[in-house]
Design a protein around this ligand. Sequence first.
Ligand code: GDG
Length: 469
Amino acid sequence: MSRLIVISNRVSAPKGEAGAQGGLAVAFAAALREHKGLWFGWSGEPTDRFTGEIDYQDVRGVCTATIDLEDQDIEEYYNGYANRTLWPLFHFRVDLAEFERDFAQGYQRVNERFADTVRPLIEDDDLVWVQDYHLIPLGEELRKRELRNRLGFFLHIPWPPRHLLASLPHARELVSTMFAYDVIGFHTTEWLEAFLDYALGEMGADLLDDGTIRLGDRTVRAISCPIGIDTAEFVAAASSPQARLAYRRMKDSSDGRDLIVGVDRLDYSKGLEERFAGYERFLEEHEESRKEVYLLQIAPPSRGDVETYQRIRATLDGLSGRINGAHADLDWVPIRYVNRGFPRAVLAGVYRAARIGLVTPLRDGMNLVAKEYVAAQDPEDPGVLILSRFAGAALQMTDAVLVNPHSAEELSDAIELALKMPRDERVARWRALMDGVERQDVIWWRKRFTDALARSDQSWEDAPAAAAE
Ligand code: GDG
């Protein structure tokens, strides 16, 4: 069996507590144990001078290898090109995207450093799987270093429409590096088709009869491969003692009111401002039921070094304060807004206590919270998932109440509909959603991708000159 080498910006080793590190770590950990592989990435730590020294750890049978990066690398590659250029642009926010030559250079430099450092660790038969937008050109850099292995890439965020991507300086060069891979994966057919549109329409690539895409003498297979959660683990977490306690705490503090829950990294792509506005519309339009509900929004801060993230935080502080000030009563506050993270089992208990899961990103590659909310429900008395049409998850989760997150009216109507939904309909919708969450879990996702990669043609063996170009 080939070894699996996973390369991502950050590495999160599985900790003692099951699932403490989230779905990706769970998916990779199982595969890395099975394949005796390696997980390579940035430690998250700075260093004065980049040395390429690797810190190896063996955590419960999973081998991780991490490197430290210089402050300038972190600023230009991670905070810069990844999170101030690509992230906003790929989430359709060209208005927030910053195009700086230094960012692009730092991004390229770190990808080269990753390639230099990881290349000697890769053996001939290894399957190599690169993750996400931080590392798009890594495949090309590995090919330049004579890597002929099967090489895959998975994008966890949306692929933007062709004309939006055209606003990125040197977009064609960036996209051409994706042809160094054998297989590239997207969460949905929508992102896959947008990629195809760019590759065929903008770059003159050809779609071949066998479904691969050719550019010059390179071909790549692009697949849609929707990520799932570790459903079995999450279902178990939802009935753990920690979850039961959290469930009880929510029920006790609800005073008979229905809980609406949102859980999101604090990020402008998650549509939190619009969500608060939609909820406020509901409070205004439904005088009779407004005090029967409350919204708990959990939003742990992320990427706090980036100014747009500081701004969204300040905006939401103001908005939640204003809504609470305007609508609260002596014994009722409409929004509980919490800027910190909680253990997964606690989240599972909170999801289970919630009559509505409000998941309304403006744009999201997939969205795992929607799936976690479904997995945590009581089958006898499940809550209702309200889901943005613009999350990748909406293509699979068609039995949710689907909404346009930009429309306060639609959000308000959806909340009303969900609160009034009869039990039979809640159970029927939940059953259909849960079937999908169980069938297409994170292990299914990982296998679907690595199977496609293992089946891909090894054309690099015959074309070392092209590979080294
Ligand atoms: C990217 C893409 C794609 C959140 N708060 C807490 C907490 N979380 C966990 C959730 C969930 C994860 O973080 C968030 O995953 P999402 O998928 O919702 O969003 P991103 O972080 O933006 O992820 C996304 C994903 O990659 C995978 O490909 O679905 O589209 O943007 O698991 O539960 N976890 C804990 N405490 C918290 O307070 N423990």
